[in-house]
Design a protein around this ligand. Structure first.
Ligand SMILES: Cc1ncc(COP(=O)(O)O)c(C=O)c1O
Length: 441
């Protein structure tokens, strides 16, 4: 009897040191459990679970934990960017003065103080919020799940980017949403293409409920959507009557200039649900994030969330609220920006020096943690990954993973936030060699 383990790999974090790629073992239960029930277990699964696809075995990625492999695969914040000492002090003080409350259950929507701090925090971005139109969630990922739970009946249509964040498409798929892809170029989701898609769908009497978009330093492409596209998206949402789910984990990490106005800041009709998180600007381990939306949506969301977790982590909210009150976040974000800008500059230098520029293009990152490399269309980046890992000891994430229909094969997500300076220098040279060799062949 075989034990079939499929590696389902998600591309936004690190788990068990797999160089930034979460690998979740999914066990084919029927082949493991013995006894009369063993072969019948599948039939107990809900239909939505049957639609969760395990990707093919990716033994290759296990190799990326070897120390000699340089990994550009992870979507992890650099741990240098964690304010460990400040958090330690705050936590000590909270446990001393308010320990009993901080270790207790809290309200589902979040601690009033945390909600107040969130409302203040987002005004810098031009978003109007009160305690009543935000909800605290345990990571934007939970937010995506709750949004899907609230808006998607099986078969409901939605718009996503091509490419799009794989954690988003996993959540939509789990609720059996039908995803229609719209091209993302260097300036994010292309609004002309979105309009064409909406027209095409409308002709078939298909009316998407929402469009999911990561407009600021998108995961995976690093693209930044300019203001005119943001405004146009609001116009289209009014014209074609859909909601916008704006997911913005990287919104604060611009390398130059002041805050970038989210789409939510242009929303006068309450159509935008804004997902913000402290994962990339404080710590992902705290699981502290929020959604800002119309109060009626938030009220329903509170009920939906109740069944998910009763309440978000109370201690983390005490810590987060205190960090915001003390104002430690703003100077801390400046440090993160400087660190990632430095990493990007090194990577950019490496790309310019070692990549065959006449055959390859990449997104010039203006913030965030990623660039997006496109190789000639006769190359498949999953074939290249095998060579990259086995022969050149360098890894990235294949772009196909970010297209719900897996249609595009010649792209790669390359992350610069986590590797050391030296790894960036050596790794870009190695990856450049992989691509040059493949082009020669
Ligand atoms: C676009 C996007 N959305 C959501 C998330 C999840 O973030 P959180 O840590 O807040 O759950 C990530 C994580 O990398 C992301 O890249």
């Amino acid at each position: 009897m075989g034990l079939n383990i499929y590696w389902r790999w998600c591309l936004y974090g690190d788990y068990e040191h797999y160089s930034g790629v979460i690998l979740m073992a999914q066990v084919d239960v029927s082949s493991v459990v013995s006894g009369p029930v063993a072969n019948q277990l599948e039939k107990f699964f809900a239909v939505r679970v049957q639609s969760m696809h395990a990707s093919e075995i990716r033994e290759l990625l296990k190799l990326t934990q070897q120390p000699e492999i340089i990994s550009f695969a992870g979507g992890l914040p650099n741990p240098e960017a964690f304010p460990v000492e400040e958090i330690r002090k705050i936590t000590d003080e909270i446990l001393q003065s308010q320990g009993k409350q901080a270790l207790q259950y809290g309200t589902t929507e979040g601690l009033p103080r945390m909600r107040e701090e969130i409302a203040k925090w987002v005004t810098r971005l031009g978003i109007e919020s009160t305690v009543d139109n935000n909800i605290v969630v345990q990571g934007s990922q939970q937010g995506l799940d709750i949004v899907s739970k609230m808006f998607l009946d099986p078969g409901d249509n939605i718009i996503v980017g091509s490419p799009t964040y794989v954690g988003g498409s996993n959540a939509f798929e789990a609720y059996q949403g039908v995803m229609h892809q719209v091209e993302v170029d260097e300036d994010g989701m292309n609004m002309d293409k979105l309009e064409d898609k909406l027209k095409e769908l409308n002709k078939k009497d298909i009316h998407p409920k929402f469009a999911y978009v990561v407009p600021t330093f998108q995961n995976p492409s690093g693209a930044l959507m300019p203001e005119d596209r943001r405004k146009r998206m609001i116009e289209l949402s009014n014209e074609y009557n859909f909601l916008i789910i704006e997911d913005s984990p990287y919104g604060e990490i611009q390398f130059e200039g002041g805050p970038i106005k989210p789409i939510k800041a242009y929303d006068d009709g309450g159509r935008v649900l804004y997902l913000g998180t402290f994962s990339k600007i404080l710590s992902p381990g705290l699981r502290l994030a929020y959604i800002i939306a119309d109060e009626n949506i938030i009220n329903k969301m509170i009920i939906a969330k109740q069944a998910v977790d009763l309440c978000s982590n109370t201690l983390a909210q005490y810590i987060g609220a205190e960090a915001l009150t003390r104002g430690i976040l703003k100077p801390h974000i400046d440090k993160i920006r400087a660190l990632y800008k430095h990493k990007w500059e090194l990577m950019r230098k490496g790309l310019n020096e070692h990549f065959p520029k006449e055959h390859v293009k990449w997104v010039e990152a203006k913030g965030g943690m990623f660039t997006w490399v496109t190789v000639p269309d006769y190359l498949d980046s999953s074939d290249l990954l095998k060579v990259a890992i086995e022969q050149h000891k360098v890894a990235y994430v294949i772009g196909a993973a970010f297209y719900p229909d897996r249609s595009v094969k010649n792209t790669m997500r390359v992350s610069f936030s986590y590797p050391t300076d030296e790894q960036i220098e050596i790794g870009t040279e190695r990856l450049g060699t992989v691509i040059k060799d493949a082009i020669k062949e």
